[in-house]
Design a protein around this ligand. Structure first.
Ligand code: IDP
Ligand code: MG
Length: 148
């Protein structure tokens, strides 16, 4: 939680509709599911992300075999960055998204219903969501510094 917000401020998470989601015209469907769940959009931006932002965003994956492909894919077209708020929204969004591999993500989830494997070394799975409150804090500072 940003320093100036009280401890009981609503939980927030950083969501990205990845370039595959935007290119496939699924931005509306993905945001619809987030809003239908009852979470609230507090920030929303369409952009081609600078490589430096993507390198910072995925710093934990540097050195992995899929890292270069992942970073270049994430910069290959516009993505949508969303600041999303709600009670237990970090873990709630992870459930709504489904597991990382879209082939194995359960039906009913964003990745399970809308994603599939393609012939790429990286995984195209439509959406990013912060994996912990701590990661959310770091990622919100990166993507929405004005809201931090
Ligand atoms: P997450 O997006 O479900 O949190 P992470 O493990 O944080 O998954 O990985 C970040 C992203 O890197 C994934 O969403 C996916 O696009 C890609 N990725 C993760 N693991 C692999 C892999 O083993 N092969 C290819 N791409 C991967
Ligand atoms: Mg992750």
């Amino acid at each position: 939680m940003p320093q100036h917000l009280p401890d009981d401020a609503p939980e927030r998470t950083l969501i990205l509709v990845k370039p595959d989601g935007v290119a496939r015209g699924l931005t509306g469907e993905i945001l619809r599911r987030i809003e239908a769940k009852g979470y609230v959009l507090k920030g929303l931006r369409l952009e081609v992300a600078p490589r430096e932002t993507l390198e910072q965003h995925y710093a934990e994956h540097r050195g992995r075999p899929f890292y270069e492909g992942l970073v270049s894919f994430m910069g290959s077209g516009p993505l949508v960055a969303a600041l999303v708020e709600g009670e237990r929204v970090v873990e709630g969004m992870r459930v709504l998204m489904g597991s990382t591999d879209p082939t194995l993500a359960p039906a009913g989830t964003i990745r399970g219903d809308l994603g599939r494997a393609w012939d790429t070394p990286h995984m195209e799975n439509l959406i990013h969501g912060s994996d912990s409150v701590e990661s959310a804090r770091r990622e919100i500072a990166l993507w929405f510094p004005e809201a931090d």
